[in-house]
Design a protein around this ligand. Structure first.
Ligand SMILES: O=C(O)C1=C[C@@H](OP(=O)(O)O)[C@@H](O)[C@H](O)C1
Ligand SMILES: C=C(OP(=O)(O)O)C(=O)O
Length: 410
């Protein structure tokens, strides 16, 4: 199934953004570790969060987390510390996403974990037990989710845990987010150079409200930047100024692409401005989930770019570097991977396809970052549009409310 998306002539809308899946998923894990019965308000209704809820509600010991990286990594650590025998699996792609650094660390701490198919990848058979803790070494340059997964179970370990992080840390704000959430639930941690130290301590149950998702907001920034309406203005509800989410960097980053942000008590108002950089440079190592939004927006605004720090994109829902290069080529943009973790568009063009069909590769962010192309091309066809359910199930309805017309093609 495909959607043909047509843009509105003006852009003025108010959007109830989805709740952050990163915060929702941490809240569920921490709530379970705290044995809390207090509510988590505004939990995301996305698929990546639903798979954790389903796991906790399941009567079976076999769990399927589908395409949710956070669920796979967080639950692997959670189950490794829980008495019992568990099997955790996911989508075909999940079975191609590495997990060995986390498994090695958990094994060093005393868990028994077996690879059921390919060495180093899910599915896993876990013989869980109360872990005593101590010290572990973990590479930080593959996924920060391994670090977050270990940190959340650390306070329950009799001897506490010291995580020595080796190599460069990718997606660092997500580790900070984990520690901030643990702090909200009463846990103190020390982060000194590349070591994170957590003593044995009890979580204190608290009730919390999940803030809206800044990564989801980025698609509305893109639409505002691209809109032909000089008075384009979008109100995005539920976003907070002092957010724990690293992707709140969109505020600054989009100021270079002609979008201003004003905070108010219920969220933000973003508006089109005339100020735009001639070229866009950024190291995305702290905000990997924003790369697709910025690659498409820069191309559609005709702003050449050079991105660095994007090496982790190869092992996400799809190989996002390849997917971006392939799909932007269909629209006539020639991108180059100039070095490991670097991608450039120097303005080079090729003949665009006549009726391009944008493939989404089971990746929600491919669909959402190419949808704004409708504004630039008067329409765009997006393949397998339901992929958005992974993080933003209401995405297409929100577009319709903003005046986009969406035609379903079977
Ligand atoms: O911890 C998290 O909530 C996330 C961490 C990031 O992954 P990596 O650490 O694998 O880059 C990010 O891409 C993902 O969407 C969510
Ligand atoms: C990379 C992502 O998710 P995950 O790694 O949690 O599957 C994402 O949402 O962009």
């Amino acid at each position: 199934m495909q959607y043909k998306v047509y843009p509105p002539t003006t852009l003025r809308t108010t959007v109830h953004l989805p709740a952050s899946k990163s915060i929702s998923n941490r809240a569920l894990i921490i709530n379970a570790l705290s044995l809390s019965t207090l509510p988590i308000k505004n939990l995301s209704d996305c698929e990546d969060t639903r798979v954790i809820i389903d796991t906790f509600n399941s009567n079976s010991n076999i769990f399927d987390v589908k395409a949710a990286g956070t669920a796979m990594r967080f639950l692997t650590a959670f189950l490794a510390g829980m008495e019992g025998e568990w099997i955790i699996r996911g989508s075909k792609r999940m079975h191609e996403r590495p997990i060995h650094p986390l498994v090695d660390a958990l094994t060093a701490l005393g868990a028994e974990i077996e690879y059921l198919e390919k060495e180093g990848y899910p599915p896993l058979k876990i013989k869980g037990r109360r872990l005593k803790g101590g010290e572990v070494y973990l590479s930080g340059n593959i996924s920060s989710q391994f670090i977050s997964a270990l940190l959340m179970i650390a306070p329950l370990m009799e001897n506490g845990l010291i995580v020595h992080i080796e190599k460069e840390i990718v997606s660092k704000p997500y580790v900070q987010l984990t520690l901030s959430m643990m702090k909200k639930f009463g846990i103190t941690a020390k982060w000194e150079d590349n070591d994170i130290i957590i003593k044995h301590q009890d979580y204190t149950p608290v009730s919390m409200t999940v803030e809206s998702d800044w990564s989801a907001a980025s698609y509305w920034y893109a639409m505002t930047a691209l809109s032909d309406d000089p008075d384009a203005q979008v109100t995005l509800l539920g976003l907070e100024k002092d957010s724990w989410q690293g992707d709140s960097a969109v505020v600054t980053l989009f100021s270079y692409l002609g979008v201003s942000t004003e905070f108010f008590d219920k969220g933000i108002v973003i508006r089109k401005t005339k100020e735009r950089s001639k070229k866009f440079f950024h190291d995305f190592v702290d905000q990997p989930d924003l790369v697709q939004t910025f690659a498409t927006t820069c191309c559609f605004l005709n702003i050449p770019f050079l991105f660095s720090g994007i090496q982790s994109l190869r092992i996400k829902e799809t190989d996002r570097i390849l997917a971006l290069m392939t799909e932007l080529k269909k629209l006539g943009f020639v991108l180059k991977e100039t070095d490991i973790g670097m991608m450039e568009w120097d303005g080079e063009r090729s003949f665009p396809e006549v009726n391009p069909l944008i493939d989404t590769y089971d990746d929600h962010r491919m669909a959402m970052s190419f949808a704004p192309a409708a504004i630039r091309y008067n329409s765009i066809i997006i393949n397998d549009p339901k992929v958005v359910n992974k993080s933003y199930p209401n995405f297409w309805n929100d577009l319709k409310s903003a005046g986009f017309r969406i035609e379903k093609i079977e």
